[in-house]
Design a protein around this ligand. Structure first.
Ligand SMILES: Nc1nc2c(c(=O)[nH]1)N[C@H]1C(S)=C(S)[C@@H](COP(=O)(O)O)O[C@H]1N2
Ligand SMILES: [Mo]
Length: 246
């Protein structure tokens, strides 16, 4: 028998076997359940990996307002601001093989992505802007995630009401092509009100996920023990969803 007909024969045998099995109740519902599960998983992955809409330069909003912290308090940030963020460091740490500590210049020297997207704040305003920076996936590939890593936590330089601002995402969003560490807004260095010198863009989620004043990216296995354990500053304080898909 040729290989092809062996496969065809096997296929016919399996189909016959399955439909015979499928006629008996419990197995049939088990197969249906497996099929549903498979379809749901594929739908979910398709939805999660879809790109956010990108716009043209003509769509860019005249002003991109600052929201939440617009000027981190404290002498340390003020000194960085004074120095034009020349000594700012972004640490990549936690469950990685090669921890990194990158300067702004090193971050700008990586392959860059520029995208024009719409920011949606849960408070009810939106704005369209152009963002530039390396993909988070690039930094994670350089640091090499350990297999136990399940979430990426973003550490920020600002403290609101006695709590450090922080956020977190899962690895689907971490490796999403539009998830970038932005250092430029509309072609100019990020203004202080918008998170200078670095802020996240996580384009499939609401504004509060986009951590500003970024100091650290940490790979973790669990969000328990970070802040109050709900994965972000607002998630800890209010009922805001951890997964804030738009
Ligand atoms: N570190 C930090 N990141 C933050 C916030 C903040 O207060 N501190 N506010 C969040 C909220 S609610 C929104 S809508 C956006 C606002 O970004 P913008 O200031 O560039 O408009 O940043 C998010 N990231
Ligand atoms: Mo927001």
């Amino acid at each position: 028998m040729k290989r092809r007909s062996v496969l065809a024969g096997l296929g016919a045998f399996l189909v016959a076997g399955c439909s015979k099995l499928a006629q008996s109740g419990p197995v049939s519902s088990l197969l249906d359940a497996a099929e549903d599960w498979n379809r749901n998983l594929h739908e979910l992955l398709g939805r999660r990996s879809a790109l956010a809409r990108e716009f043209t330069p003509a769509d860019v909003s005249p002003d991109f307002r600052g929201n939440g912290t617009v000027q981190p308090p404290g002498a340390a940030y003020a000194a960085h601001q004074q120095a034009g963020f020349a000594d700012w460091k972004l640490d990549v740490s936690g469950l990685v093989e090669h921890p990194l500590s990158l300067s702004l210049d090193q971050i700008k020297a990586l392959p860059q992505r520029t995208q024009i997207t719409r920011h949606d704040c849960v408070e009810g305003w939106s704005a369209i802007a152009q963002w530039t920076g390396p993909q988070l996936a690039q930094l994670l590939a350089m640091a090499k995630l350990k297999p136990e890593a399940k979430f990426i936590v973003f550490r920020c330089a600002d403290n609101l009401n006695g709590q450090d601002y922080y956020e977190s995402i899962d690895l689907i969003d971490a490796f999403h092509p539009q998830t970038i560490v932005a250092h430029a807004l509309n072609g100019a260095p990020l203004p202080v009100k918008n998170g200078a010198p670095l802020r996240m863009r996580i384009e499939r989620q609401l504004g509060y996920k986009h951590a500003k004043y970024l100091t650290g990216i940490e790979a973790v296995a669990s969000l328990a023990g970070i802040g109050a354990g709900k994965g972000g500053y607002w998630e800890d304080r209010t009922g805001y969803e951890w997964y804030a898909g738009i």
